[in-house]
Design a protein around this ligand. Structure first.
Ligand SMILES: [Zn+2]
Length: 141
C-alpha cells in the first residue's frame, strides 16, 4: 500500500515536472534584433580562438595569422558598431520589432506598452524592453 502510494507520488511528480517543462518550452523565444548580431559576434570570437590555436601549433605563418586576425577584428568592430546602432535606434523608438509576422502572431495589447520588469513605457509593442532588454510579452494585461 505504502509502496503503491509512493510510486504514485513519484509518477505524479515526474508528470508535473514534465508538464511544467513543456509549458515553458513551446513558445520559441521571440527574435531579438540582436540575435543575429550576437551570433555573428560569437562566431568571430570562435574564429579568433581557432586562429590563435592554429598559430600556436604552427599551422599558420606569422603573416597569415596577423592578417587574418586583423580581418576578424575589423569584422568584430563592425558587428559591435551595428549592435550599438540597433540599440540606439531601439532606444529612440525607431525599431518597433524585428519581424512583423511574429508581432502579428502574438499581439498583446497592453496600453500603453509597459515593461513588466522595469515599468518603462513604450508607444509601440516591443518584443524586448528597450530599457532592460527583458521580454515584454509578459506584459499581457
Ligand atoms: Zn524593462
Amino acid at each position: 500500500m505504502t509502496i503503491a502510494l509512493a510510486s504514485l507520488i513519484a509518477v505524479a511528480v515526474v508528470v508535473f515536472v514534465i508538464s511544467v517543462r513543456a509549458k515553458d518550452l513551446p513558445q520559441p523565444e521571440p527574435v531579438s534584433p540582436f540575435e543575429h548580431l550576437d551570433e555573428r559576434k560569437a562566431s568571430i570570437y570562435e574564429n579568433l580562438r581557432d586562429l590563435q590555436f592554429e598559430y600556436r601549433v604552427g599551422k599558420l605563418s606569422d603573416q597569415d595569422y596577423q592578417q587574418t586576425k586583423l580581418d576578424l577584428q575589423k569584422e568584430l568592430a563592425g558587428v559591435m558598431a551595428e549592435i550599438d546602432r540597433v540599440k540606439a535606434e531601439i532606444a529612440a523608438g525607431k525599431i518597433p520589432v524585428p519581424s512583423p509576422e511574429l508581432v502579428k502572431a502574438n499581439v498583446v495589447k497592453p496600453s500603453p506598452y509597459i515593461c513588466p520588469f522595469c515599468k518603462a513605457e513604450f508607444s509601440q509593442p516591443l518584443k524586448f524592453c528597450g530599457e532592460c532588454g527583458k521580454p515584454m510579452k509578459a506584459a499581457q494585461a
